[in-house]
Design a protein around this ligand. Structure first.
Ligand code: FEO
Length: 411
């Protein structure tokens, strides 16, 4: 990795998490993920956020400081926007090199840092509106943005350049090489990172969407000219693009999302699978986009991203031992944990000696307070008959119609 210059006196340092690692121990990273730090040089030097403590990673940071002509021991302020170990794990290693620094952090952050690291270091707790003047025209302002993603979170804003160092907010998956700025990429590359931002959002941030909406409003007055998150691209040409994207993702929490239906299906012997094609036929007849995931074959990370942006969901699965097909039950439960609420939904599936899937589905939807609105289900004994097939086409079309109308009405 190479350090790069965001502005004259602000530098981006970064380490990539590679594709064989699960983020948070859960989420696959087929394209990796960057962890970004920012060094701000005034007469005094500050570093905003850091990296994890994995073998060799803090050393990568020190090597990049060397590249930009900063002696590690010259860092006076370590600014922790958010205490999660992907941004703070390196602290123990750093403290072995020097103790002549202050950790700038919120009160809640200090509690968490103590719990995670128990380091004997000097803390300066800050709250919204506090600032540190580094000299040479570089001044850092802090704004608390709780629950984005942990309750400790704040952002750091460098006033003279309008650079918002936002940690998890406005971040995304995707390892980054020698082109970390939006002004270095073409439209296709930007779209790739936007797609990675959606999956990141749906995996990590979506449950905290009301906090995202509040934070965007709270930070509006800063009129950031550069958005520099803790993961992903730095937005220098068009910072509004990533802020608007996050604003849109967050809006899916409170109301309808895009005019899209996610079709989740799992099948034991192919009977329920045969119900998928007629539903897709019905959805297509209304000109609505469908995204299909087989369960359990698709990873929950991708399913979350797809369901988050969808106004409608189809659940096609057989009854299994008086309950739902177990991997589908796990998926629906996870959708509930992530607060994917208010979807329009249709259930279908085959059963043998008894039904029972609906009972368990109702129980999960109720327990997780998902408030999904279901069309009448299409359940069939054994194999799919022609009359079931025709019914599925029409139910798929009905769902798509309602999805389109609801999503368009919300725009
Ligand atoms: Fe990138 Fe919530 O830490």
């Amino acid at each position: 990795m190479q350090a790069s210059q965001v502005t004259d006196k602000i530098f981006r340092l970064s380490a990539n998490i590679e594709s064989d690692t699960l983020f948070e121990g859960i989420w696959p990273l087929p394209h990796g993920c960057s962890m970004n730090s920012y060094v701000v040089k005034g007469r005094e030097v500050a570093i905003v956020d850091g990296v994890c403590d994995w073998d060799g990673v803090p050393e990568t940071l020190y090597a990049q400081m060397d590249e930009i002509g900063v002696d590690v021991k010259d860092i006076r302020y370590v600014i922790i926007n958010h205490t999660e170990p992907d941004h703070t794990g390196w602290l123990k290693s750093f403290q072995k090199i020097t103790n002549n620094f202050e950790v700038v952090i919120t009160q809640k952050g200090q509690e968490l840092a103590n719990a995670f690291y128990g380091l004997d270091i000097k803390y300066r707790t800050v709250s919204s509106g506090d600032s540190i003047d580094l000299g040479d025209g570089m001044k850092l302002l802090f704004e608390e943005t709780p629950n984005l993603h942990w309750p400790d979170t704040m952002v750091t804003f460098e006033e003279s350049t309008g650079t918002l160092m936002s940690c998890d907010a406005f971040g995304g998956y995707g390892a980054i090489g020698s082109s970390p700025y939006d002004d270095q990429l073409d439209e296709e590359q930007l779209r790739f990172f936007e797609k990675e931002a959606l999956r990141y959002y749906a995996n990590i941030v979506c449950r905290f969407s009301p906090s995202v909406t509040r934070a965007i409003k709270k930070l509006e007055h800063l009129q950031a000219r550069i958005v520099a998150p803790g993961h992903g691209l730095v937005w220098r040409r068009d910072p509004k693009r990533i802020v608007s994207l996050y604003e849109r993702f967050a809006s899916y929490f409170a109301g309808p999302a895009e005019p899209v239906v996610t079709v989740l299906w799992g099948s034991m012997y192919g009977n329920t699978e045969k119900a998928v094609a007629p539903i897709l036929e019905g959805i297509a007849s209304e000109g609505v986009k469908a995204i299909v995931h087989q369960v359990p074959q698709s990873h929950i990370s991708d399913i979350l991203a797809s369901v988050w942006r969808s106004t409608g969901v189809v659940l096609a699965m057989p009854t299994y031992e008086f309950k739902m097909f177990p991997p589908m039950a796990a998926v629906v439960d996870e959708l509930g944990r992530k607060q994917m609420i208010g979807k329009l939904a249709l259930r279908t599936g085959s059963y043998g000696w008894s039904g029972g899937a609906q009972r368990e589905l109702d129980e999960i939807v109720e327990r997780q307070k998902m408030k999904w609105q279901f069309l009448e289900p299409v359940e069939f004994k054994g194999a799919l008959l022609e009359m079931d097939r025709r019914l599925l086409v029409s139910r798929g079309a009905e769902l798509a119609r309602r999805v389109r109308e609801t999503a368009l009405a919300a725009r």
